[in-house]
Ligand binder design. Structure first.
Ligand code: SF4
Length: 420
């Protein structure tokens, strides 16, 4: 928690409640670490700060806070729901603005992730979020990164105006089907979440085409889905993500493994675990950068394998397509070889214009050969194992592992980003 000196603004108690209440939202990319300060320097478990990445790849720290946690909605999984007995607080737009400016001047943060429970009504909440964003930009002259949460059922005109001040907005889908929403978040519906996303995307396109002055959500939109609270399969989740990327132009879908923070007979008692979430991030990466479709990765009623990553699982189901010759295979096929990441695939297509690539060359290009060797030939030579043995080796090494300083560079990179 931050220590406030002479700021004469929001109280520490209010700040604690509003930052604590914001910590379960991962749609702004947060570390989620639970390492506490036990006498040393720093505290990774403190609420209030998270990190995000700008389009040019910079990592920036954000103040992550709710405007209010005094919610009138009653989503069963949420600690801030109206029927929950939790301390409540609501900040004013000026309190948030002053906090941001003070923290920015002290170099604590570079931007703001501003969310809110639905307090009073959806329109009132959206109005207060808009007012905060507008004040920050026009009165406090703040030009840092600003991510604002969209409120379901709020007047589209308020949402649209907020987008003129925010860098990014997000509507959290939370539950992947209408049925689960009806059951666990009765005041929300798919329409109340998906329509504003689509509206924002269409307005962004129109804004660009009409070459209007100013900015309209330059960092686009994101959303979050809770995984494991309801029975939807990975197939359903990934089809929804695919449609969000293709139709609504979303920048990122975040997956948040279900953690029980409230007790309700409709909810599982145990946390969903992180392996499934990790596999979904890997599959999501394949959707966005590797040309895979959700249908190729998993059947609608099915789940991703927990044993091996989704690209390897796809390759094992399609062994008739392999091995491919690395000097001739089209880029789209190289991207499907387990162990060849997007960067390696592009390097290969570039290098083979000048020379015939051999196995040693691939090593130098940081291709993960212990996986890739089963699926390719280099200059006509195959170094993999026979099919059954290859399957056994890949399944054995595919299990998610604890990363350490001694894990190889590609494995660490893959686990951090989802890249395969
Ligand atoms: S709208 Fe639902 S999820 Fe959001 S704060 Fe209120 S109860 Fe929680």
């Amino acid at each position: 928690m931050f220590v406030l000196y002479n700021t004469g603004m929001i109280t520490e108690q209010k700040l604690r409640i509003l930052t604590e209440a914001a910590k379960f939202d991962v749609s702004c990319s947060s570390s989620g670490s639970d390492r506490r300060n036990e006498g040393g320097i720093g505290n990774a478990a403190a609420n209030g700060c998270c990190h995000s990445f700008t389009p040019d790849g910079r990592c920036i720290s954000l103040l992550k806070i709710l405007l209010s946690n005094d919610c009138v909605f009653d989503c069963k999984y949420c600690r801030n729901r109206v029927s929950s007995d939790t301390p409540r607080a609501t900040a004013t737009p000026d309190e948030i603005c002053e906090l941001v400016i003070e923290f920015y001047k002290r170099n604590y943060i570079e931007g703001l992730f501003l969310s809110s429970s639905v307090f009073v009504s959806p329109d009132h909440t959206m109005e207060q979020l808009l007012l905060t964003a507008k004040k920050l930009r026009t009165e406090y002259n703040f030009h840092g990164y600003l991510h604002v949460k969209g409120i379901p059922r709020a007047d589209p005109r308020l949402v649209h105006e907020t987008a003129l001040y925010a860098d990014r907005m997000s509507y959290n889908i939370e539950l992947p089907s209408e049925r689960s929403l009806r059951l666990l978040a009765p005041q929300k519906s798919r329409e109340s979440l998906l329509l504003p996303m689509k509206d924002l995307q269409l307005s962004k396109i129109a804004f660009k085409e009409e070459k209007r002055k100013g900015k309209f959500l330059p960092a686009g939109q994101t959303t979050q889905m809770i995984v494991g609270a309801t029975p939807e399969t990975d197939g359903t989740i990934l089809r929804l993500s695919q449609s969000l990327y293709r139709v609504n132009g979303l920048k990122r879908v975040y997956y948040s493994s279900y953690v029980p923070v409230v007790h309700d007979p409709l909810l599982p008692e145990k946390a969903a675990g992180e392996v499934r979430e990790h596999r979904l991030y890997q599959a999501d990466w394949l959707l966005r950068f590797y040309g895979f479709s959700a249908e190729e990765l998993v059947g609608e009623e099915g789940n991703l394998s927990l044993e091996t990553d989704p690209k390897c699982a796809w390759a094992l189901r399609n062994m008739q397509l392999f091995p491919v010759e690395v000097n001739r295979a089209p880029l789209e096929m190289l991207l499907r070889v387990p162990g060849i990441g997007a960067r390696s695939a592009y390097k290969i297509t570039e290098a083979r214009r000048y020379t015939t690539l051999r196995f040693e060359d691939l090593k130098r290009m940081r291709v993960v050969l212990k996986r890739a060797k089963h699926f390719l030939t280099a200059d006509g030579k195959f170094y993999g194992e026979k099919r059954e043995q290859a399957v056994r080796s890949l399944l054995a090494e595919g299990k998610p592992e604890q990363l350490s300083l001694f894990s190889d560079r590609e494995t660490v990179f893959s686990a951090l980003t989802g890249e395969l």
